[in-house]
Design a protein around this ligand. Structure first.
Ligand code: UD1
Ligand code: CA
Length: 479
């Protein structure tokens, strides 16, 4: 029986098997396997389209591959290829991923073999290069683990793989080791002897190794096994007899595959716990987080809120169902339920945005309360202001709150309408339902319901353009 002895990372190669190091500095390509249907999800939707913290499963490995610098990234798709491809293109742009179609799911080895030609362009010019294989249904893989895997494959030009020891190994491929603890192969659950089924160490299905090795090893796989599939796992025994195998042991929770709804729910909880570990950050259920979101300090995001790509929140409360659109920054602020912020909004300390209020692009708020349902949608600065409910703040409105020495308050009461390009010279108060005409400089309080206007009456000079043109035409002639 194979040894179950553990060994440190990088210890799985047979001595003297180190290859020439051709993979050393070459490119790194990624293959993401996501063609399967995921029958156990009991859903019409392909498994990899099910969402974890608001992102489809397939997005996780693809974005992780990109984060560690892999290019190209080849996704092998089959079930609902078009829908999965659309999700990937929407997330990664039209050229972020190369799609290879696997119409019939004939096994993980078959899927990788189909992907190999798509890597040819990346490797044509350079000697060597590495390939890593990720699964579309393993979203919790950590970047550090993947970097360790790639680093090992690079250093030793071996096949590096990830293993784990789950509480219950049922269903997974088991890791076979020899008496010295070297990995010698993988046996699938359905092909394993009763003795082999006793092995607790499982194959996570994530590998990295020289591109040449993958090309040769996947070209010659056979489907002589219990499932009549081309097993990618057979390349492990092949590597053990040639370039060597190195096993990196990971925490099972980080490499667990998602096959049913129960596992999806567990992964969701694990992902939330991971995010919440950052001090004091709390996330409600069904919160959606985009790419490169940073939640810092005592930040709380209530249920159903959506936080777009690149948003940075520090000590911010986000109410239920609120939406913070991409590239907005908020610090020491509160965003009410159902409010919409951004894109590109800046909420500085002391900002309170009321329920269902809107703060649009290039709008900055500081020590300002914006009441329920009020809107400041474009190009506006509101500082040291108290703004009531249902107020419309037009584009280009500015509170002039600072005279170089002191800060002054602006008060705008419920349902007031502030025309575009208004300056409010604080301290100043605009009464309930008052209207400020566009282009007004408000220097004194405006009573409730009144219209305030402070602009020079318009004049028209007929025939002006022609007159000027004529003058310059004559000048040019004489000069
Ligand atoms: C695989 C491994 C097993 C490992 C387990 C870890 C093989 C033969 N077995 O088993 O050793 O313990 O993962 O999770 O590799 N896929 C395709 N095309 C195919 C078949 C699969 O794209 O023809 C994709 C699936 O969509 C999925 C991934 O490959 O994302 C893994 O396939 P799955 O059928 O779930 O493999 P397991 O039986 O879990
Ligand atoms: Ca699986």
């Amino acid at each position: 029986m194979a040894s179950r002895k553990k060994q440190p990372s990088g210890g799985g190669r047979g001595p003297g098997r180190r290859a020439a190091g051709a993979a050393g500095a070459g490119p790194l390509a990624a293959i993401v396997l996501a063609a399967g249907k995921g029958t156990r999800m009991r859903s019409a939707r392909a498994k990899v389209l099910h969402e974890l913290c608001g992102r489809p499963l397939v997005v996780y490995p693809v974005e992780l591959a990109r984060a560690v610098g892999a290019a190209p990234i080849v996704a092998v798709l089959g079930h609902q290829r078009e829908a999965v491809e659309a999700v990937l293109r929407a997330r990664l742009g039209p050229t972020g991923v190369t799609v290879v179609e696997q119409t019939e799911q004939r096994g993980t080895g078959h899927a990788v073999r189909l992907a190999m030609p798509a890597l040819a362009s990346a490797f044509a010019a350079s000697e060597g290069g590495l390939v890593m294989v990720l699964y579309g249904d393993v979203p919790l893989l950590r970047r550090e683990t993947l970097e360790a895997l790639v680093g090992t494959a690079r250093r030793y030009s071996c096949l590096a793989m990830i293993t784990a020891t789950p509480p219950d190994p049922t269903g997974y491929g088991r890791v076979l080791r020899d008496e010295r603890g070297h990995v010698i192969g993988i046996v699938e659950q359905k092909d394993a002897s009763p003795e082999e089924l006793e092995i607790g160490e499982i194959n996570a299905g994530i590998y990295c190794g020289p591109a040449d090795f993958f090309r040769e090893a996947t070209a010659t796989l056979s489907a002589r096994n219990a499932q009549k599939e081309y097993y990618l796992t057979d390349i492990v025994a092949r590597a053990a007899g040639s370039i060597g195998v190195s096993a990196i042991e990971a925490d099972f929770k980080d490499v667990a595959g998602i096959n049913d709804r129960q596992q999806l729910a567990e992964a969701e909880a694990a992902m939330r716990a991971r995010i919440n570990k950052a001090p004091d950050v709390e996330l409600g259920v069904d919160v959606e987080l985009g790419r490169n979101v940073a939640l810092r300090g005592r930040t709380r995001v209530d249920h159903g809120a959506r936080i777009g790509d690149g948003v940075i929140l520090t000590n911010v409360e986000v109410g239920a169902g609120a939406e913070v659109r991409p590239y907005s920054v908020a610090t020491d602020a509160a965003i009410g339920p159902g409010a919409i912020i951004g894109p590109f909004a800046h909420l500085r300390p002391g900002t309170r945005v009321g329920p269902e209020a809107h703060v649009g692009n290039f709008v900055e708020l500081k020590k300002t309360a914006l009441g329920k349902g009020s809107k400041a949608n474009h190009l506006t600065y509101l500082g040291d202001a108290t703004i009531g409910e249902g107020v419309n703040v037009g584009a280009g409105t500015i509170t002039c709150n600072y005279n170089g020495y002191e800060k002054f308050q602006t008060v705008i009461e419920d349902q007031a309408f502030i025309g575009s390009d208004t300056q409010l010279i604080a301290p100043v108060k605009v009464g309930r339902r008052a209207v400020i005409g566009a282009g007004t400089t408000v220097t004194s309080d405006v009573p409730a319901g009144a219209l305030a206007l402070s602009r020079v009456a318009q004049v028209e000079k007929a025939g002006y353009a022609q007159k000027v043109a004529k003058k310059y035409a004559e000048k040019r002639k004489s000069g």
